[in-house]
Design a protein around this ligand. Sequence first.
Ligand SMILES: Nc1ncnc2c1ncn2[C@@H]1O[C@H](COP(=O)(O)OP(=O)(O)O)[C@@H](O)[C@H]1O
Ligand SMILES: [Mg+2]
Length: 466
Amino acid sequence: MTQATTETVIFAPQPGPQEAFMASTADIAILGGSAGGGKTFAVLLWLAALSSIKDFCAVVFRRVAPDLTGGGSIWEESQEIFRAMGGQPRQSPNLDWRFPSGALVEFRHLQHASDVYSHQGKQYATVVFEELPQFEESQFWYLVSRLRTKSRVRAHLRATCNPDPDSFVRALIDWWIDPDGFPIRERSGLLRWFVRDPRGELHWFDTREAAVADFPKSKPLSLTFIPATLSDNPKGDPTYRERLEALPLVERARLLGGNWNIRKTAGTVLRREWFQIVDSPPGQVLRSVRGWDKGATVGGDWTRGAKWCALSHGYYLADMASVRGTPGEVFAKMRACAEQDGLTTRVAIWQDPGQAGIVDVDTTREQIKGYALDVHKAASSKVSYAEQWGVIAEKGSKGEGPPVYIQRAAWNEAFLAEVDAFPGGKHDDQVDAVSCAHQSIKVTSGGVYVPPKGHTPPARPWSGLG
Ligand SMILES: Nc1ncnc2c1ncn2[C@@H]1O[C@H](COP(=O)(O)OP(=O)(O)O)[C@@H](O)[C@H]1O
Ligand SMILES: [Mg+2]
């Protein structure tokens, strides 16, 4: 006879931010801070706790539909908890959970500012914004103005967020944040009351009475902010910290450090002290790429060609070529560099959008015929490309990873000055040239070297890394 085993899974908030969130009586409670701090889980616990109330109706918003479902999404994370509460999921035509009490939890997206109006007549007791900074401020305030219900729960709003200094949420929670951008621990979960005057301006008060005294006919609402960090969530994935540690400085400071002020400004993407000047490459060169960033010929901008190498341990900026002139002169320089660098060095360029970019790629291909050419279409901002090698340099300078070296040469100072000013400086062509080369190093990492026609390939120049 086999013995049946029954396993009871008990879902409970963890001590700290999750408990504070569950206990909050605020009309609006915002749970924010580090990624992986247990914010989404806390919201699901909140909804689960209310799901036994007859006629309870809630909505969970994400800004865009694809973020609602899929790996790590709130819909996926809801499966275990809501099923344990007897909930029945429905995926079509919409994402909903129906509970034995009759309670309903809808999952919706609000992509366009005006999408809020389709929720006009709804009587939600709980409105959840998952990743609040991604929404329009007007969407948030519209739903605040619609908080009402016929269920026995007083209507309220709950939100999760990761720090974003440029979102409206930063100003909304300013009282809970110190001048350096970090949450003030002692203020976590404390309520403040606000009134929006007819012009839409916010007035803040320490108590409800103070608000009513100043605005006698108003209905003040309470708001609180509760910061959560990764260490507040011991039940989370233990490898999560490692993944956050590997992020570029700004993302790391936001998603791991919980900083609400840091932006991608000079000194946060690249810094001169992250680079080590050397007289020769300290290690075997495994791959090298000459990446070009072309200046507009009209403005007389510099065209720069960075020779960027992957070493057995580290990266090495071997040379920075500069040329200013007619397209013919620029191509002559590119050709000269290719000849000097040799066949084991690939050539890389950025492809500008549009027809001009296509023509330039064709001409470049013709002009440096015989050398391996990589073409990179910029899919995100130049800052995010620079962060990819900036984080390597930063970690290397702290002994946490392979170092980034630069060859001692006359161009060093101009390069390092540009690095220090990036992305706020007047020029970013040298940085962009390295970023372009770095794309090739990434792409060919572990890839296959295809020799140009008519040439014998050198002995395994592209192997050994990654
Ligand atoms: N109270 C809890 N009980 C059990 N597991 C939890 C709890 N809180 C968080 N977790 C675990 O931690 C993981 C990360 O939490 P999550 O809420 O997704 O973080 P965040 O939304 O802050 O990025 C969850 O997927 C879950 O596995
Ligand atoms: Mg989350």
